[in-house]
Design a protein around this ligand. Structure first.
Ligand SMILES: Cc1cc2nc3c(=O)[nH]c(=O)nc-3n(C[C@H](O)[C@H](O)[C@H](O)COP(=O)(O)OP(=O)(O)OC[C@H]3O[C@@H](n4cnc5c(N)ncnc54)[C@H](O)[C@@H]3O)c2cc1C
Length: 458
């Protein structure tokens, strides 16, 4: 899509914190962080709508036992922003959700740009130039084990031959759903209206023929909300929920595999002090056990699309002249309760013994991908009433404390030109490839290849 129009966009008065009505669609990381930072700027009239009956939404990308917090980025913009987020995660408002376990990156050359960026920003990083050094980054409990468990010795840790890496002590993981709940509670306590069970069907336009600007939203139940500014933060549903915006590629829903292992308390103690491990050869990552002795593993890769034609109902609201087409649409735990296998071989590289355990659960969780992995934050071209804050591209969660600051700065015209251009909805993307991922193009989901009952605990 070109987003080009010959008609100049209407000009609206600047937003006024005291009087402007803000309507946010979506109560995930992007919606809530935006609401919080709008409140920091003094905005009083904020309404957040979410389609889920209960919040945080069970199938939102933001809802999860935990997420990785790393400043390991090849793009120094994110390194700096992640280090700012890490400092904020340590503030009392997050009630200890952040756990600084350290992050171990393996599978990249030692001259890696992310190491340079971390080092330049003052992160506590150490290069690990061979297998022995990598193994030494794991706790003693995985090296020194009691006599009677000796046969385990060779299976607890991978041998990491032909791997190099580095460890960053300034990073770890965060309890995801708990921190979302905390922020939800804070924005409500500061006066935001949050309404669940409100699926937005279409945006309202100031002109009946759709030639004006967005001035509100109508929900599936027929309720209408008027606003001076609508902010779409609908995550992986953005493209399929609002087909008329033609965001199919800039906000591509891609399904990513997660699998969970249930450890006994004794097993858990052995892995408790492990770093988060990220294998950049495969996109695999594994977190230390949480308080319930559950280990989460996942793949940060191209993932899967799930191409579906949205209902004619949605298209009719979007634009009468639009030809219905297939758009990648989340297929979530609520509609299809199974996940994907294929993580076992990757887990074997790090923790061979754990790779033999059955999964206690699997999940397909949906990224909202832009082609260059940069978020989509900015005014919708030609429509000053509509603003987008989305396309987390699989790395947005760690920025819950501060991504809303960027959203609000761009919204209020305070961001510098580089930041504005980096996230602009209509930035040039024709040559872009997802810079963070191992395999660059998602494949269509094949449900028959998903994890079956034999992979699961009885
Ligand atoms: C498997 C997986 C692992 C990840 N791991 C990490 C990690 O380790 N570290 C990290 O930093 N990031 C990680 N991420 C990325 C991070 O989770 C996302 O970038 C972030 O949560 C996206 O937030 P969001 O607000 O855009 O979307 P969501 O959290 O999905 O929120 C969107 C909300 O919009 C609502 N909604 C949708 N359509 C409508 C509608 N029409 N009307 C009303 N409401 C609507 C939904 O119900 C939902 O609540 C991961 C993502 C996934 C899927």
């Amino acid at each position: 899509m070109s987003f080009q129009s010959t008609i100049p966009p209407p000009v609206l008065p600047p937003l006024d914190p005291a009087t402007s009505r803000i309507l946010i669609v979506g109560a995930g990381v992007f919606g809530l962080s935006t609401a919080y930072h709008l409140q920091e700027d003094g905005f009083k009239d904020i309404t957040i709508l979410d389609k889920a009956d209960e919040l945080p939404a069970l199938d939102a990308a933001s809802t999860d036992i935990n997420k990785v917090v790393r400043s390991i980025y090849a793009d120094s913009f994110y390194t700096r922003l992640a280090r700012d987020a890490i400092a904020r995660w340590k503030e009392p408002m997050w009630e200890g959700c952040y756990h600084e376990s350290s992050v171990l990156l393996i599978g990249r050359a030692l001259t890696d740009k992310s190491y340079e960026n971390d080092f330049a920003e003052g992160a506590r990083v150490t290069l690990l130039p061979n297998a022995e050094k990598i193994r030494s980054a794991f706790p003693d409990s995985l090296h020194r084990i009691p006599e009677h468990e000796r046969p385990l010795q060779h299976r607890l840790l991978g041998d990491f031959s032909n791997y190099t890496g580095y460890i960053n002590l300034d990073g770890g993981w965060v309890e995801a759903t708990r921190s979302v709940k905390i922020l939800l509670g804070i924005v409500i306590a500061r006066g935001a209206k949050v309404e669940s069970g409100k699926e937005v069907l279409t945006l309202l336009n100031s002109n009946a023929d759709g030639s004006g600007y967005t001035c509100g939203a109508m929900c599936v139940d027929g309720s209408m909300y008027c606003a001076d500014q609508v902010i779409l933060a609908a995550g992986s549903w953005t493209a399929s929920s609002f087909p008329g915006l033609e965001l199919d590629q800039r906000c591509l829903a891609s399904g990513q595999s997660l699998a969970f292992l249930q450890l006994t308390p004794e097993e858990s103690e052995r892995y408790r002090k492990s770093p988060v491990v990220m294998d950049f050869r495969t996109g695999f990552y594994v977190l230390p056990p949480n308080k319930d002795n559950v280990i989460k593993t996942g793949l940060h890769a191209a993932g899967h699309t799930h191409m579906v034609t949205p209902s004619a109902f949605r298209f009719s609201f979007a634009n009468a002249t639009l030809v219905p087409r297939k758009i990648s649409t989340p297929r979530t735990v609520l509609s299809h309760p199974e996940g994907s296998d294929g993580l076992r071989d990757c887990l074997r590289v790090v923790y061979p013994d754990l790779a033999e355990k059955p999964w206690a659960g699997t999940r397909m969780c949906w990224y909202t991908d832009s082609p260059d992995s940069d978020w989509v934050i900015g005014q919708f071209p030609g429509d000053p009433g509509l603003f987008l804050a989305t396309s987390g591209s699989g790395h947005g969660f760690k920025f819950l404390p501060n991504v809303g600051r960027i959203v609000v700065d761009i919204l209020r015209g305070r961001a510098d030109a580089t930041t504005e251009a980096k996230f602009a909805v209509d930035r040039g993307l024709s040559e872009a490839l997802n810079t963070e991922r191992v395999d660059k193009y998602p494949e269509e989901l094949v449900p028959e290849e998903l994890c079956g009952p034999e992979d699961m605990l009885p």
